[in-house]
Design a binder for this molecule. Structure first.
Ligand SMILES: [Zn+2]
Length: 441
């Protein structure tokens, strides 16, 4: 009797952990049951992936979905809809909402809410503050928690731990890898007075200079070495840090943002003004070149979007009143596929950075590779599809993207989560069935 599957993905080119191969994939009970399926096998549903590449479900490990917060800008329902339209099967959401996710009660609320309204699977960061340090040891083991997030600098009010004494206490509370926003808060504050309202937007990178980021990272590496606590430095943006961190690979993993791989100063500020302002800032060509070199030499573990929408009206404010942060979850996969087509990295390296990488860094269970027994999460992409990024395509209520008008080659065509197609060719299918991602703890 012919073997039967719930879902068959036929005729695609699969990016397997051991290389790219033409293979059919069989799915049963939401998990990958077979890689290589006999011609006579039957299935409840068959997806013809002729001409497409089948990637393990891609993960954006760095989004700010602003929920609870400002629903006119983003929510978990809208942000995760953007994620599946953009080819993601999971996103990891930051804790700096209103209120912030910093205690058991708020985490419990979010855990329940996510599984009612999210279109994709989600990991949740919990925020470290100076007042919840003893609780972090338990909070980091909560269901769906991907990591503790520490804002070591960036002026995010209560949600900041900027001094060495408290940073060391954080590192000694718990044992999983901690994710850091690394800019030295004291240097940022000391330099703020050098500038005035209405200065050019490019002064954002002068104020938050290379040394602010590098000093923050040096301090964190000294404390991580002292305490033995694993670190993940988010959105590394300078050539100096990328070089320096090669000596800390035993204790530190590295994220870069697609923005730092795609946009460069002064062009980004000339063209986009406030819509190019983010933290850490977009910098000059030397740093973009170093980021690509760090992709090629293996220093970088993950690529994220740092999706952090703000209202269009506020991005039009003069610098530095215009808030830092950009939409990005929906455009990250097309941008990276375009970089693959431009020869800047291979498709397997992109999968390493966007599926296997997040799984490895955060300790994801059952995702991050095409392998029997793993969750049946797939991102199907057409490497030849040409399309322009249009703001009309963006589902974030904020309504804008800094990449509008960019011509892209390579596009996500379908998103499949635990065996269920949730997006095919721009169409969102069914109802939200996102679940919390499982993590080894
Ligand atoms: Zn962020």
């Amino acid at each position: 009797m012919a073997e039967h599957f719930d879902l068959l993905i036929r005729n695609g080119t699969c990016v397997l952990p051991w290389g790219m191969e033409a293979a059919d994939i069989g799915v049963r009970n939401g998990r990958i049951a077979a890689i290589g399926v006999p011609a006579g096998a039957t299935a409840g549903e068959t997806i013809d992936a002729t001409g497409l590449h089948v990637l393990p479900g891609l993960i954006d490990p760095h989004v700010h979905l602003r929920d609870p917060g400002d629903a006119a800008v983003e929510t978990i329902p809208t942000g995760t809809k953007g994620a599946i339209l953009g080819g993601f099967t999971a996103v990891f959401d930051m804790p700096n909402t209103t209120p912030s996710i910093v205690d058991v009660e708020k985490l419990a609320w979010k855990q329940g809410y996510v599984e009612q309204v999210a279109w994709c699977d989600m990991g949740l960061y919990v925020g470290g503050t100076k007042t919840n340090i003893p609780e972090l040891v338990d909070l980091e083991l909560g269901k769906g928690v991907c990591a503790v997030k520490i804002f070591a600098g960036s002026s995010t009010g209560d949600l900041m731990v900027e001094d060495d004494e408290n940073l060391e206490k954080v590192m000694r509370s718990g044992r999983r890898r901690i994710a850091y926003h690394s800019e030295d808060e004291y240097r940022l504050q000391a330099r703020k007075g050098m500038f005035k309202s209405g200065d050019p937007y490019s002064n954002h990178m002068v104020w938050r200079d290379e040394e602010a980021a590098f000093l923050g990272t040096r301090r964190l590496m000294a404390l991580a070495t002292k305490t033995g606590r694993l670190a993940h430095i988010l959105h590394v943006s300078t050539a100096e840090e990328l070089d320096y961190l090669q000596d800390y690979r035993d204790i530190c993993t590295v994220e870069v943002l697609v923005n730092h791989l795609t946009q460069v100063a002064p062009d980004v500020y000339d063209r986009l003004k406030g819509f190019g302002v983010m933290n850490p800032p977009i910098r000059g060509q030397r740093h973009m070149d170093a980021s690509w070199e760090a992709i090629r030499n293996g220093t970088v573990d993950t690529v994220g979007s740092d999706h952090a929408p703000h209202p269009r009206a506020r991005k039009l404010l003069p610098w530095p009143e215009c808030p830092a942060g950009l939409t990005g979850v929906q455009t990250l996969v097309p941008l990276m596929l375009n970089h693959v087509n431009a020869g800047r990295l291979s498709l397997p390296r992109m999968v390493d950075l966007m599926s296997a990488g997040p799984a490895r860094v955060y300790g994801v269970v059952g995702k991050g590779r095409l392998a029997a027994g793993y969750d049946a999460d797939f991102t199907l992409v057409d490497m030849k599809r040409q399309r322009r990024i249009e703001e009309s395509w963006i589902v974030s209520p904020s309504g804008w993207t800094p990449f509008a008008g960019m011509d892209i080659t390579g596009w996500p065509m379908a998103t499949i989560i635990r065996g269920r197609a949730v997006m095919r060719e721009d169409e969102v299918l069914g109802t939200p069935t996102g679940r919390l991602v499982r993590f080894a703890g």
